[in-house]
Design a protein around this ligand. Structure first.
Ligand SMILES: Cc1ncc(C[n+]2csc(CCOP(=O)(O)OP(=O)(O)O)c2C)c(N)n1
Length: 323
């Protein structure tokens, strides 16, 4: 299924918004006001945008440490996200979590896990809950190629297949897990085992192409809503910046600069911008307006985060469970 003209513009808007937010975080990170590690999503925007464009507010997303794009694409509030990165009481997790714990249940951002592979069984359980309640909601799990090395991935897929759960597993294969390239960790070029291929809808797509992501996701979501079981979508992409923190903090030498440059040249945001301009769906004036609107929104969110109070000292013991 291809996106309509309106959906294409929305895809682009979501991608550009994620990119501009990431860039601002990157440029301000060295000021050390954001007391949280950050895992930036630059280069992977088409995946969050394409996937979440096919979801409703009451569908669930479980995500990982690289979650800013997922949270924003699923409707998360930017002010609350930035306040969370500044660890303020107005943050989406009350300032307790930081960048790796973005939660916004009203829009289906059910949580993120810094435990690699940790969100996969949680999202699978969410799918089980939807099915047991007789709902047509879908549970989506975003994870990286590194998480696909974990046993939780195979256990969850097996269980989801067994119970025919409405779960879509979205693997963002960005080629690297910290400093280890995929080729040194995976025995084949597709992590998914052919054995379950006949029972699972699988797609291996170009994760830098938002319309490919949208099309694969639309199919997977339709299957899940119709009770036809889980799907696995492998989105091939690239992490342009370092694993964590800002560019200056990325250790040198583990990646070939030519590899990074080749992927920079395939920037999904720039490419989609060119496509929409060429198709006449976007005008230079419309683009300038959008850029101005996003810059103002981001200024507001950073100001909100800076001006917000830190959590009160007595909040330290709130939410603690002890018997
Ligand atoms: C269970 C566990 N093992 C190791 C780590 C340390 N760690 C944090 S992120 C990461 C790599 C994750 O790679 P991937 O899932 O491909 O996601 P990416 O960072 O590439 O987006 C590792 C090994 C962790 N947080 N949890």
């Amino acid at each position: 299924m291809l996106p309509t003209a309106e959906e294409k513009l929305q895809l682009f808007r979501t991608m550009l918004r994620i990119r501009r937010v990431q860039e601002r975080i990157e440029s301000e990170y060295m000021q050390d006001e954001m007391k949280t590690p950050v895992h930036l999503y630059i280069g992977q925007e088409a995946i969050a945008a394409g996937v979440c464009a096919c979801l409703r507010d009451d569908d669930a997303v479980n995500s990982n440490h690289r979650s800013h794009g997922h949270y924003l694409a699923k409707g998360g509030d930017l002010n609350a996200m930035m306040a969370e990165l500044f660890c303020k009481a107005t943050g989406c997790s009350g300032g307790y979590g930081g960048s790796m714990h973005l939660v916004d249940v009203a829009h289906g951002n059910m949580g993120t896990s810094a435990i690699v592979g940790g969100g996969i069984p949680i999202g699978t359980g969410q799918g089980l809950a939807f099915k047991m309640r007789g709902l047509d909601n879908v549970s989506v799990v975003f994870f990286g190629d590194g998480a696909a090395d974990e046993g939780t991935f195979y256990e969850s897929l097996n269980f989801a297949l067994l119970k025919q759960l409405p779960v879509v597993y979205v693997m963002e294969n960005n080629g690297w897990a910290v400093c280890s390239p995929t080729a040194t960790r995976h025995s084949g070029d597709n992590v998914f085992h052919a054995g379950a291929g006949d029972r699972l809808f699988t797609a291996k797509i170009d994760g830098n192409e938002p319309e490919q992501v949208f099309a694969a996701m639309a199919k997977a979501v339709a299957r899940a809503r119709a009770g036809e079981g889980p799907s696995f979508i492998e989105c091939v992409t690239y992490r342009i910046l370092g694993h964590a923190g800002c560019l200056q903090q990325d250790p040198k030498g583990y990646r070939d600069p030519a590899e990074v440059e080749a992927w920079r040249a395939r920037c999904p945001v720039c490419a989609y911008q060119r496509t929409l301009l060429a198709q006449g769906l976007l005008s230079e004036a419309g683009l300038a307006e959008l850029e101005a609107e996003l810059a103002a929104e981001i200024d507001t969110a950073f100001a909100f985060a800076r001006q917000s109070p830190l959590p009160a000292a007595d909040a330290l013991l709130k939410n603690l469970f002890c018997e």
